[in-house]
Design a protein around this ligand. Structure first.
Ligand SMILES: *Cc1c(COP(=O)(O)O)cnc(C)c1O
Length: 376
């Protein structure tokens, strides 16, 4: 089976994990956690990193640190992996789902501005939704597939409306906008290391920030809010959200390989684009010139989505449709979905991701291309 985006364990992972097992430093305290955090902070150009048990828990803590409370709103794109919206719900807040750009597949900033202008107002420095008076606390751009929206514009909009920015940068490790890495634009940024991300710890995440106070609070909240080194004194309701040392050890090994992985993901993307351009109606995600994209998960768009999915999966080439748009899921059906032409649906009906693990060979990719072409 050719995996969609499988792990590539090719460096010092075994050695570092073995060291944890041999020394007994397996749990939530250990030198690899700190090393991993520092590597992520350095790579993303942020001052601090706090490792978490998953990207989802990183998002949950970040929203709490941004002051999101029960009955607040958080603005997010309608096309994303469910973890973004689940993390909003965990805080007791609700999402305002904004439709996405049909070419870049990121949040549509025209629609975002329209929503803010027409549907919100300000009182005592806080933005609220006119229809029910509830506070809109922050905005969560999701860098879908490692691509990123016009961040200069998004940050301007956020500042104009007094909204904090929490980046769901989970898919974008290795992506730069105007030379600046993702994760450091807003108050806090979150990365994920689950099994199909560009590097993996099996499961894991990290929160990056340039704010020392927030970094300290993030570490505190993710470690049961214990406030005394010796006695079991806890000063608030905390969470057991810390990444364990064994997994961080794997992460350090993976981080050493990251530059090579990014290079390979880009080669894979170029290969597919070169070989599939001009085949039927196939088109690709638009990457703006300001964006240096990590090309995490290769995804194409076609009217023949169902047929291509069928032939690839029938031939052990793992391929998947895009996420069901959030407004179409039962739990979020009653949440606000701001759109004009429901581009989310359009994208969902046409997009599919194809095998692009960093260890895929050119021969294997040629095989995928051949099967796809046979559909047209
Ligand atoms: C992977 C991912 C997450 C976090 O997932 P975890 O499995 O909890 O690490 C969050 N948002 C998006 C868009 C993702 O792709």
């Amino acid at each position: 089976m050719l995996l969609l985006s499988g792990p590539n364990i090719a460096g010092n992972e075994w050695k570092y994990v073995k060291e944890c097992l041999d020394t007994g430093w397996v749990s939530s305290v250990g030198s690899y956690v700190t090393r991993f955090e520092n590597m992520l902070a350095e790579f993303s150009g942020c001052k601090y990193g706090v490792a978490t048990s998953s990207g989802t828990t990183a998002l949950h803590i970040s929203l709490m640190l941004a002051g999101v409370q029960r009955d607040d709103y958080v603005i997010a794109p309608n096309v994303t992996f469910i973890a973004s919206i689940n993390s909003i719900k965990y805080t007791g807040a609700d999402p305002v789902l904004i439709d996405v750009d049909p070419e870049t597949w990121q949040m549509d900033l025209d629609l975002l501005e329209e929503f803010l202008e027409n549907e919100t107002d300000e009182k005592n420095g806080e933005l609220f939704y006119v229809k029910d008076g509830r506070t809109i606390r922050c905005i969560m751009p999701v860098h879908v597939l490692g691509n990123i929206c016009d961040m200069d514009r998004l940050m301007k909009i956020a500042a104009a409306y007094n909204l904090k920015v929490i980046e769901d940068a989970t898919e974008s490790l290795g992506t730069y906008y105007k030379g600046k890495h993702t994760g450091g634009f807003g108050l806090l940024g979150c990365f994920s290391f689950n099994g199909n991300k560009i590097i993996t710890t099996g499961g894991g995440g990290v929160i990056v920030t340039n704010d020392e106070e927030l970094a300290k609070k993030a570490k505190h909240l993710t470690t049961q809010a214990k406030s005394d080194a010796f006695e079991y004194i806890h000063d608030e309701v905390g969470y057991n959200y810390r990444l364990v040392n064994v997994l961080a050890a794997m992460g350090v090994g993976q981080m050493e390989l990251l530059p090579g992985f990014i290079k390979r993901k880009k080669e894979i993307s170029s290969f597919y684009r070169d070989h599939l351009t001009g085949t039927g109606d196939i088109s690709f995600q638009k990457i703006e010139p300001d964006v240096d994209c990590n090309m995490w998960l290769f995804t194409l768009m076609t009217e023949k989505q169902k047929e291509v999915l069928q032939i690839l999966n029938d031939n052990q080439m793992q391929s998947r449709p895009f996420w069901v748009p959030m407004n179409q899921l039962r739990m979020f059906a009653n949440d606000i979905y701001y759109n004009k032409e429901d581009k989310s649906s359009y994208i969902y009906q046409r997009c599919l991701s194809i095998p692009c693990s960093t260890n895929i060979t050119n021969e294997e990719m040629s095989g995928v291309v051949e099967k796809i072409k046979s559909v047209y």
